[in-house]
Design a protein around this ligand. Structure first.
Ligand SMILES: Nc1nc2c(c(=O)[nH]1)N[C@H]1C(S)=C(S)[C@@H](COP(=O)(O)O)O[C@H]1N2
Ligand SMILES: [Mo]
Length: 394
């Protein structure tokens, strides 16, 4: 583990990082506003596009509207720029259908519920700003923009589970979407709805919402209209869209999205022996990425974003140089939303360069290098939270 960059750090960057540390420990968004730019992108910044752009998306029906990193110029991702994932297609739900929508809460509960949208909206409303990332993001050459940050509103899931009353037999909570697909296991063809499960303990987290609004507007059709789960701190797969039914079950639940896909396969070492592990994708992991390089008044500046944990600081590396502390610009360093950081890049020589980033969390964990066993020995594309390097020509 890398507790500190093992290199010389200028006095200026130390001072700047002190500001970042303060922002992190204060856990207050915008605490750095006095020393940082109000916006990561200035009006007269000229964006220098990355040379290594994504490959063409071969599955546009599954992955839509990916984030273009160079254009991520607002801390909140506008609804019309938010990416979407649809494994079983996008059910088109009209406003009339939404008016008749019922969310059923059933299973191991004392008082099964069937709540209309109006009944849900009439309950206590809670907001959370949460950066939702698909766990497949950066795992495939055509998938680097599966991330966005929104302010979500809804009713706390825990309040609904308490209202329904969990029986002692309650072990897991399963969330079902309205979208349907066909699966075949052991030659058994099945017609199934999208679903994901959590343990009861996980589901009672006070920050998880049954969400109906995104950035103050109804959820867009592609993002789950009229209702979706919003699970801050989890990878996107947990936030089930077009939510129809919550079922509390006495047994563990499995399906394609709990046991076949969204399973990370790794080789791990145990006392010199190699063992294979298969882990279900769940909580989000510490991560960062270069956002863009900008030129302003002849001066270059590198922007980056960090998320997936309580961010303590972010660092940049140009080519094979030393890791350098970045300046905190905007965002939340202690909650569920990404934060934006930047670094001056003086004396850049003309030609091609690489820009890498890494995030460090409050517990001094560093985002893993590509050579870290958790990344190097990973055999599947999910949970690709290794350090990211982009190419740029100056
Ligand atoms: N019902 C349903 N919910 C779903 C999915 C889906 O295909 N169907 N995809 C999941 C995945 S893999 C991700 S990454 C997030 C993406 O959320 P978004 O489409 O709002 O960006 O939704 C999750 N919820
Ligand atoms: Mo995902």
């Amino acid at each position: 583990m890398n507790k500190n960059p093992s290199n010389k750090i200028s006095r200026r960057s130390l001072l700047t990082s002190g500001g970042a540390a303060l922002a992190g420990l204060g856990a207050l968004p915008f605490i750095g506003a006095g020393v940082a730019q109000a916006m990561p992108l200035q009006a007269d910044d000229e964006v220098i596009p990355w040379l290594d752009q994504m490959a063409e998306n071969p599955v546009p029906q599954v992955i839509g509207n990916q984030l273009v990193w160079e254009k991520a110029d607002t801390w909140i991702t506008p609804n019309d720029k938010f990416f979407s994932i649809a494994h079983y297609g996008k059910p088109a739900i009209s406003a009339a259908a939404a008016a008749n929508w019922k969310l059923d809460v059933t299973g191991q509960v004392y008082n099964p519920l069937s709540l209309s949208l109006a009944q849900i909206k009439n309950r206590y409303r809670q907001d959370v700003t949460f950066t939702l990332e698909c766990s497949g993001n950066h795992g495939l050459p055509f998938f680097h923009g599966g991330i966005g940050n929104a302010r979500w509103s809804g009713v706390p899931l825990a309040s609904i589970l308490y209202e329904a009353g969990l029986k002692d037999s309650a072990l897991e909570v399963v969330f079902w979407g309205a979208d349907e697909g066909e699966e075949k296991v052991r030659d058994i063809p099945m017609k199934v709805n999208f679903a994901r499960a959590m343990s009861v303990k996980e589901a009672l987290d006070a920050n998880i919402l049954i969400g109906y609004a995104m950035n103050g507007a109804d959820l867009p059709a592609a993002n789950g209209y009229p209702l979706r789960l919003v699970a801050p701190g989890w990878y996107g797969i947990a936030s089930v869209k077009w939510l129809k039914r919550i079922e509390v079950r006495p047994q563990r639940f499995q399906n394609r999205f709990m046991a076949r896909d969204y399973v990370t396969i790794r080789k791990e070492e145990r006392n010199g022996e190699t063992i294979w592990t298969e882990n279900l994708v769940g909580k989000a992991l510490l991560k960062s990425a270069p956002v863009r390089v900008v030129r302003n008044n002849g001066k270059l500046r590198i922007h980056g974003a960090a998320w997936g944990g309580p961010i303590y600081r972010m660092e940049f590396k140009v080519d094979n140089g030393d890791w350098q502390f970045a300046r905190y610009d905007q965002g939340q360093t202690g909650a569920y939303a990404w934060s934006f950081w930047s670094l001056d890049w003086p004396n850049a020589s003309p030609g091609e360069h690489t820009i890498s980033t890494r995030a460090v969390d409050w517990y001094q964990n560093t985002q893993p290098a590509p050579t870290d066993p958790s990344i190097a020995n990973k055999q599947t594309y999910w949970e690709s939270n290794g350090q990211i390097t982009r190419k740029v020509r100056i």
